[in-house]
Design a protein around this ligand. Structure first.
Ligand SMILES: C[C@](O)(CO)[C@H](O)COP(=O)(O)OP(=O)(O)OC[C@H]1O[C@@H](n2ccc(N)nc2=O)[C@H](O)[C@@H]1O
Ligand SMILES: Nc1ncnc2c1ncn2[C@@H]1O[C@H](COP(=O)(O)OP(=O)(O)OP(=O)(O)O)[C@@H](O)[C@H]1O
Length: 288
């Protein structure tokens, strides 16, 4: 039996450059993992099958689950004739823009690499992960990175300046495909990715806050008024800046003061069911 943590990610920036011929969008985004985790337990089975268990509604227990696809890919590619029970203790909100499913898939790839003694590098696991979803490669490494291409090309960055992150997810789920589908690439307000990279490298918290930006935010804001309400609520409770993560609908606010993090958290409870105060992890996931 083996346990593997699957952390959520947030987007500090998300820029869309253009739509590609293969239907995906060329992106440039800075992502960082936070200490909100799903717990993945991998148990070897006698029978040659993949079984998914999760107590949470909305999490599929068949091939639609990205964790299932991760195990299936490894079995196919390396002709593994063993079975595995994948138990997912879900803590990351579902369909939230926090890469929950992608991080579960990445954790299964890392975990089975150990359990089945495959000795694959993180680079090889990231390549396999990309066949499952655009965010999986980043989730293999965790930490902070600039992701380009359709999200699969990863360049490591140092840890962002220390701060509190308040996450709030309104009670709606958002389909990433639908948000990209509604995006008008001619009307994008592009975030300043290179300024965010330098903010992180300089450890400049104010500059990081100033340069938060997400090209998909406007699309989701127009679909769901709750996202705007949460942004306004966080700002009026004292967040230094706020942004929607990924394709949403989760919004995060930043502050360096714990008392203010508490105030923002309290101001959202009752208003919004899923609220968390977390830290950015900064560090990448270690190979062992
Ligand atoms: C919004 C983000 O989560 C930000 O990190 C990612 O860009 C999306 O990553 P993901 O959920 O792993 O996305 P995938 O499962 O690869 O793709 C879902 C759908 O989103 C759209 N999609 C995704 C990534 C991308 N660079 N361009 C796209 O247009 C495509 O319509 C695709 O069919
Ligand atoms: N392991 C999983 N955990 C949660 N949802 C999963 C999982 N595998 C597949 N899904 C399906 O994927 C859909 C999107 O869920 P997920 O939580 O991964 O979205 P997300 O956080 O918005 O992802 P991203 O930020 O990568 O776009 C869900 O509605 C669910 O049906």
């Amino acid at each position: 039996m083996l346990l593997e943590k699957a952390p959520a990610k947030i987007n500090l920036t998300l820029d869309v450059l253009h739509k590609r011929d293969d239907g995906y969008h060329e992106v440039e985004m800075i992502m960082t993992t936070v200490d909100l985790y799903d717990q993945i337990q991998l148990t070897e089975l006698e029978q040659d099958e993949i079984v998914i268990k999760s107590e949470k509604r909305f999490v599929p227990d068949d091939r639609r689950n990205l964790a299932f696809q991760a195990a299936e890919k490894l079995k196919e590619k390396f002709q593994i004739k063993k079975g595995v029970l994948i138990t997912i203790r879900k803590q990351i909100p579902v369909a939230a823009g926090l890469a929950g499913g992608s991080s579960d898939a990445a954790a299964v790839l890392r975990g089975l690499n150990k359990l089945w003694g495959l000795h694959l590098s993180f680079e090889q696991l990231a390549e396999i992960g990309t066949e499952i979803g655009s965010d999986v490669a980043f989730c293999i490494y965790g930490g902070t990175a600039l992701a380009t291409g359709r999200g699969e090309r990863i360049e490591k960055l140092p840890a962002p300046p220390t701060c509190w992150v308040i996450l709030a997810k309104p009670s709606i789920g958002v389909s990433t495909k639908a948000v990209y589908g509604k995006l008008n690439t001619a009307n994008i307000v592009h975030p300043h990715t290179s300024d965010m990279v330098s903010a992180i490298k300089e450890g400049n918290y104010e500059k990081m806050c100033k340069n938060l930006g997400n090209a998909l935010e406007q699309v989701t804001l127009e679909m769901h008024t709750e996202v705007r309400q949460i942004k306004n609520q966080m700002l009026s409770a004292g967040a230094d800046n706020v942004l929607m993560s990924g394709s949403g609908p989760t919004v995060f606010g930043l502050t360096q003061k714990q008392s203010r993090a508490d105030r923002i958290y309290n101001s959202l409870r009752g208003f919004c069911e899923e609220v968390y105060v977390v830290r950015m992890l900064g560090k990448q996931i270690s190979v062992d």
